[in-house]
Design a binder for this molecule. Structure first.
Ligand SMILES: Nc1ncnc2c1ncn2[C@@H]1O[C@H](COP(=O)(O)OP(=O)(O)OP(=O)(O)O)[C@@H](O)[C@H]1O
Ligand SMILES: [Mg+2]
Length: 230
C-alpha cells in the first residue's frame, strides 16, 4: 500500500497546488511511482498537466477524484494500491467534507500557510479539523508549511514563533516566493524539469528539503506517540 499525502488548507491561494505538483516532481525524481489526485473542483492540477508539452509529459499521473462523493477515501485507497505515493490536492474550503474525508485516510497532511497574520487567523478552522481528524486517524501526521514567503522578513520570524506554539508541527523548510513557481506552472512543468529559469536551483533545493523532511516525518513515531499519550 502506497503513501497518501494530503495538501490542504481552507484558505485559497496559499500554494496548495504548487506544493502538490512540485512535491510530485520530487517523489518522481527519487524513483517513486506517483499519482496526483485532484480533489479540487477548480481542477488546477488537471489544467497544469494539460498544459505540459505532449512530447514531454510530466513524469507522474494526474487525475481527478470525485469531489463530494462519500467514497473519495476508498477511491484514494485504491490508487494507493497501485502507486507508491498518492498526493491529494484539496479544495480551498473545509465545509463540503471533501478535505475531511481526504485527511481521514492520509498518512501525512501538509498545510501550506502564508506568512501573514491574516492567513494564520483564517487557518483556525483547519486546525480544528486536524484535531477532529486525529481522533480517528491516529497514525496520521500533520504539519504546517510556510509558503510563498520572504524568509528574511521579521514577519516570517514572528509567524514561525506563533505557529511553533500551536499543536501542529511547523516544518523547518519554508517555500520562498519565487517567480520560477508560476513560470514552471505556466509551462505545465515542475521545478525539476524546467531549464534556464532564474531561481530554479534554489527552488529545487527547497522542494527537495521539503521532501526529505516529509519522509522523515512519515518515518517518525513521535507524533503518534504524543497523541496517544494525550
Ligand atoms: N512559492 C511561490 N512563489 C511565487 N508564487 C507562488 C508560489 N507558490 C504559489 N505561487 C503562485 O500563487 C498562486 C496561488 O498558488 P496555488 O494555486 O498553488 O495556491 P492554492 O492554495 O492551490 O490556491 P487555491 O486555493 O485557489 O487552490 C499561483 O499563481 C501560484 O503560481
Ligand atoms: Mg489549488
Amino acid at each position: 500500500m502506497g503513501l497518501v499525502i494530503a495538501v490542504a488548507n481552507q484558505k485559497g491561494g496559499v500554494g496548495k497546488t504548487t506544493t502538490t505538483m512540485n512535491l510530485a516532481g520530487a517523489f518522481s525524481a527519487s524513483g517513486y511511482r506517483v499519482f496526483v489526485a485532484d480533489a479540487d473542483g477548480q481542477q488546477s492540477c488537471m489544467s497544469w498537466a494539460a498544459t505540459a508539452d505532449p512530447e514531454k509529459p510530466l513524469p507522474f499521473r494526474v487525475g481527478a477524484v470525485r469531489k463530494l462523493e462519500k467514497n473519495i477515501g476508498n477511491e484514494i485507497g485504491r490508487l494507493a494500491d497501485d502507486y507508491d505515493v498518492v498526493l491529494v490536492d484539496c479544495p480551498p474550503n473545509i465545509d463540503d467534507l471533501t478535505t475531511g474525508r481526504v485527511l481521514a485516510v492520509a498518512d501525512a497532511t501538509i498545510v501550506p500557510t502564508n506568512a501573514s497574520p491574516l492567513d494564520l487567523w483564517s487557518s483556525e478552522g483547519m486546525m480544528a479539523l486536524i484535531e477532529r481528524t486525529r481522533l480517528h486517524n491516529k497514525a496520521g501526521k500533520f504539519a504546517i508549511l510556510v509558503s510563498k514567503t520572504n524568509a528574511k522578513t521579521v514577519l516570517h520570524k514572528q509567524m514561525s514563533e506563533v505557529l511553533r506554539e500551536s499543536n501542529v508541527l511547523l516544518l523547518r523548510t519554508a517555500i520562498r516566493q519565487r517567480e520560477v513557481y508560476p513560470q514552471a506552472a505556466a509551462l505545465g512543468r515542475t521545478v525539476f524539469d524546467v531549464r534556464g529559469i532564474r531561481g530554479v536551483k534554489p527552488a529545487k533545493e527547497e522542494i527537495n528539503a521539503l521532501f526529505d523532511e516529509l519522509v522523515e516525518l512519515l518515518n517518525s513515531e513521535e507524533e503518534a506517540a504524543e497523541v496517544s499519550h494525550g
